[in-house]
Design a protein. Structure first.
Length: 176
């Protein structure tokens, strides 16, 4: 979905969206978006709401609804008002809640405006506008090695290879 180019600036790690998955936790399934660094080795999991997960998934699949949904509307408004998304930065963690900032550039003046936002909304809009997503280097400790994830595609491939596999479904991308 995005070009893997090693880039780091001002303590930021450039990331792409690995995907949105349902993860079993607290006796229920929750939606998680996984951001992966450019080396494809480290992943930042961010728990998000179901509507945002669906919006991100639509953008990842390139699906354009007949009528604009909220994130499409925001992207359209920015364009009509003469702004472009400069970047999105997942910049903090406060009491287990990630924070993000959207950086908008006014096209006529090159003035940059910072907007406080939820990571999920920021990611959904960034995917629609082709904007780069970054994670503040201070959040590196929240990232996990990608090889520790068991994504659904990998689980089904493993089941096909393992003739002794039981049919138990693993809902978590973190594995059993």
């Amino acid at each position: 979905m995005w070009l893997m180019v090693t880039e780091e600036k001002d303590g930021e790690i450039r990331v792409g969206v690995l995907g949105v998955y349902k993860v079993k936790g607290n006796d229920q399934e929750e939606d998680v978006v996984f951001l992966v660094d450019e080396s494809n080795r480290m992943v930042l999991p961010i728990w998000i709401g179901e509507p945002e997960a669906m919006s991100i998934q639509l953008a990842l699949q390139g699906v354009k609804p007949q009528r604009p949904i909220t994130h499409d509307l925001i992207a359209n408004m920015l364009e009509e008002l003469g702004y472009e998304m400069d970047k999105v930065k997942i910049d903090g963690l406060i009491k287990s809640v990630f924070t993000a900032t959207i950086y908008l550039k006014q096209l006529k003046s090159d003035r940059v405006v910072k907007i406080d936002a939820r990571p999920s909304d920021s990611i959904a809009i960034a995917l629609r506008t082709g904007c780069q997503i970054y994670v503040d280097r201070s959040l590196e400790g929240q990232m996990i090695p990608k090889d520790r994830l068991k994504l659904p595609e990998e689980l089904s491939a493993e089941k096909e290879e393992d003739e002794y596999s039981d049919d138990e479904e693993i809902n978590s991308p973190y594995g059993p």
